[in-house]
Design a protein around this ligand. Structure first.
Ligand SMILES: [Zn+2]
Length: 110
């Protein structure tokens, strides 16, 4: 999903907005002054990745910093990728366990 950035013509603030339909763009307001005179900044476009994309692009050998470990979506990503690379099928139990770990529910089981 594309996330665009807009600059406010009144105060200069950059506001990010998820745009799904072209009419969404007309409803974007400045996050600082609520102004509606915004111009799209073309420098950066973000796409929200799906779990499958994140898994495909994940390199188990790449070094990781603290921000990686602070993102709970990354919990279990290494395990999932290694299992996929090794061609092992651990069944739906692995996904279930990882989901519990991500949401903290795993602590309730012990
Ligand atoms: Zn503004």
């Amino acid at each position: 999903m594309p996330i665009y950035e807009y600059q406010c013509k009144s105060c200069g603030r950059i506001t990010s907005a998820l745009i799904l339909r072209s009419k969404d763009e007309k409803e974007v307001r400045c996050s600082q002054c609520q102004g509606d005179h915004l111009v799209r900044v073309l420098s950066r476009v973000f796409f929200r990745k799906t779990e499958a994309q994140r898994l495909d692009e994940f390199d188990t050998n790449a070094p990781r910093d603290d921000s990686f470990f602070n993102d709970d979506r990354n919990v279990g990503l290494w395990a999932k990728k290694r299992v996929k690379e090794l061609g092992v099928d651990l069944g739906p139990g692995l996904d279930e366990t990882i989901e519990k770990a991500r949401t903290g529910k795993i602590l309730n089981d012990y």
